[in-house]
Design a protein. Structure first.
Length: 319
């Protein structure tokens, strides 16, 4: 779940706990150019307060009106469609004559939403199935690869923790990489035990942990939604962290260094409790080759490679 939809979930939980009426709208289908992807959330409170987005602002005003005057008084979900005709598409500002189909739930269950939030907080994946005839939901363990489903009977959605980037080292390159990762909607953790870097991270939304990287990785728990980047250029710190990262389910593990240094690092790792298969997971030199020279350019190349791996896009091999 991205940060926007996570904020919607948290707001909906808080509003329901405070006794407000709340409706949740989910993007279930789009045609043409769509500003928000399938599965995106918008929460609408009974007094008209909203959080989130389903169209980037094109249809929200009309949707709020319909929810407050028509849908909140219902007990079951309603399918709402915008932009069926070219005239409607123009009226609601949908780009390229696009069409937007939303499922609006007027009675979301607080216990279910709390369970989803707890699952995300614990870095677990859950799947919610909503009956369109009753509005009732069931929750079970989910899979990141599960497809979004919505038909005439039910909607099934998968929710998981935010994608997370753990950066070893708090140097200049790490700061640029952290900034770009935040802009790309990653949760960012920077780890560095060195005193001279203890005050180096002073950015909102970046968690800085002062400690030995390998110990911290074990403490925070590395899952399949986590990328680990070793950027200190100090084998004493990078190699120990890489040993733990390569044995973890991390979807991406990369390390700074030249091709020659990368080969030396892989040889060192094989001398420890790391298998050849695990070592082969290491992306090094870290980042796509784009001719980057400066720290911000290198950071861009790193994020590009991480994002490619995240979405299953083939990455060129580095000989």
């Amino acid at each position: 779940m991205n940060s926007t939809d996570l904020s919607v979930l948290k707001a909906a939980v808080d509003w329901l706990k405070a006794g407000h009426q709340v409706a949740i709208a989910t993007v279930v289908q789009t045609w043409g150019s769509a500003p928000r992807p399938i599965g995106s959330w918008l929460a609408i409170r009974g007094d008209g307060q909203v959080t989130g987005s389903v169209s980037g602002g094109c249809v929200e005003d009309d949707l709020i009106r319909r929810v407050r005057t028509e849908i909140l008084i219902q007990n079951t979900p309603e399918m709402v469609v915008y932009g069926v005709s070219q005239q409607e598409a123009a009226r609601f500002g949908l780009p390229c004559g696009g069409t937007l189909r939303l499922l609006v739930e007027p009675k979301p269950e607080l216990t279910i939403l709390e369970a989803i939030l707890s699952s995300i907080t614990n870095h677990q994946i859950s799947s919610r199935t909503v009956s369109l005839s009753t509005g009732k939901s069931t929750l079970e363990s989910g899979s990141r690869n599960a497809a979004f489903i919505c038909d005439d009977q039910f909607m099934k959605t998968t929710y998981g923790p935010r994608w997370r980037m753990v950066i070893i080292g708090a140097g200049q390159l790490s700061l640029y990489t952290a900034d770009f990762a935040l802009a790309s909607d990653f949760e960012v953790i920077v780890i560095d035990p060195r005193e001279e870097y203890a005050e180096g991270i002073n950015r909102e939304h970046i968690q800085f942990i002062k400690g030995m990287p390998d110990d911290v990785l074990l403490e925070i728990g590395v899952d399949s939604h986590t990328a680990v980047l070793a950027l200190t250029h100090d084998p004493k710190l990078d190699d120990m962290a890489l040993m733990e990262a390569l044995k973890s389910p991390a979807f991406y593990v990369g390390a700074l260094g030249s091709r020659a240094n990368t080969q030396k690092r892989k040889s060192r790792l094989l001398a420890f409790d790391v298998t050849q298969e695990q070592v082969d997971r290491l992306h090094g030199p870290v980042g796509l080759f784009i001719g980057a020279l400066t720290p911000p350019e290198i950071a861009i190349s790193i994020l590009a490679e991480v994002i490619a791996v995240k979405y299953g896009v083939p990455v060129p091999k580095k000989s």
